[in-house]
Design a protein around this ligand. Sequence first.
Ligand code: ZN
Length: 417
Amino acid sequence: MIYCKRCLYAENHPLNIVFNEKGLCSGCLIHEEKDKINWIERSKKLESILLNYKNISGNNYDCIIPVSGSRDSFFIVHTIKNVYKMNPLLVTYNKQYNTDVGIRNLAKLRTVFNCDIMTLTVSPEIVKKITRATMRKMGSIYWHCIAGQTVYPVQTAVKFKIPLIIWGAHQGVDQVGMFSHIDEVEMTRKYRKEHDLMGYEAEDLIDEFDQIYEQDISQFKYPEDIEIEKIGVRGIYLNNYIRWDSKAQHEAMIKLYNYETNYQTRTFDHYNDVDCYNYSDIHDYIKFLKHGYGKIIDHVTREIRLKRLKRNDAINIVKKYIYKKPENLDLFLDWIGMTENGFNYIIDQHRNKKFWHRNENWEWELKQTLIFNNSKIHSIDESLQLNVNEEFKNFIITEQKYSSDKKNSYILIGKGC
Ligand SMILES: [Zn+2]
C-alpha cells in the first residue's frame, strides 16, 4: 500500500488520489495553495459572482443554500446572508437518522438567520426500502442521505427558478486535490454519481427483487439536463473563494450563534456530523470494512495539512478510533427491521478482501497492509513534513441544551429549542 509521505492518505482512498515523485499526494499539494492564494482577491471574485444573482426586483430568492443541523451549515448561511447580504432560500433533506442536537441546531438556524426554509421528508417506508436495497447492492446505509442532500437543492432550483446553489467545501478539492482551487470547479451530475453516490443514481435502484419501482425513487432523481439549462442552474463551492478551515469556522459559529457540538463515536471531530446517529458511527464503520479507511483518517489528514498535528501523533490518534465498533447499531436495526446477523451477513459481502481475511477460527482479521496496523511500513521523510505552528487542541463539546424531543431515538420531525 502506498502512503503519502506527509498525510495519512493512501492509494485506497475512495476518491481518486495520485502521488508525485517525492511521494506527496495530490491532496497535500493542492492544500499548499491555501497558503499561497490571495484570498482577498478570491473573496472579491465571490462577491462579483453573487452580485450577478442578486434578485433586484425582490420577487424571488437570490440563491439556495442546502443546510442540515451540522456540517458547515451555520458558516455558509452566516457568510452568504450576513457577510454578503444575500437573500437565500434554505433547503434541507431530512435524513431521518436525526439526533436531538441536530434538530436543535436546525431549529436555531431557522430562527437566528431569519431565513425561509424548505424541508423534504420522504416517506419513511420508502426510505427503509431504498436503504435495504443500497445495503444489498453497495453496502451503504447512507445512500439515501447523500442522494437526497445533493438532489433536493437542484430540484428546488429548477422548480422555483433560482439558478444559484451555494455549497461549502468540494471534497475533491479539499481532501484529495482532484482540482485546484483556481479551477473553480462547480457542481456536476457526473461527480455526484461517480463519487457521492458510489456509481448508483436513483434510476439504477429500480429492481423487482428489492421491490423498488419508478414511483419510489422520484424524490431522488436528478432533473433533466434541459431543465437545468433552461434555468441556468449552477452550484458553486465556497472553499474556492474562502480559505477553508472547518475547525476554526465551527468554533466561530459556537461563539456567534451557540452552535451545539456533540461527542462522536469514531472521531475526535465533534463538530461536523452531530446531527446524525449514523454518519460517524455505523456508516463510518462500514467504510472501514469496505475500504480499510474511516473519517478519522480524513480528520487527522486535514489537521496535518493545517499545521496543527504531526504525522506520528496522527497515526496514534487513528489507532485509537479506527477499530471502534458502532454504538448506535441497535437503533438502526430496530428502525430498519433487521437482525444483527442479517446486517453482518449483508455487510460482509462488501468487505474488501485486500484488507480483510478469515483466520483459522473463521473470524475476520485485518491484514498488515494498513499503516495503523503495521508500524514497519511507516517511513518518514522529515523534509516533507510541515512545521506545526498551532497547538492541537481538543474539539470543544458544548453544553447540552434542553429540548423536549425524545433522547436515544431518531427524531423524524423535532421541536428543537
Ligand atoms: Zn498527502
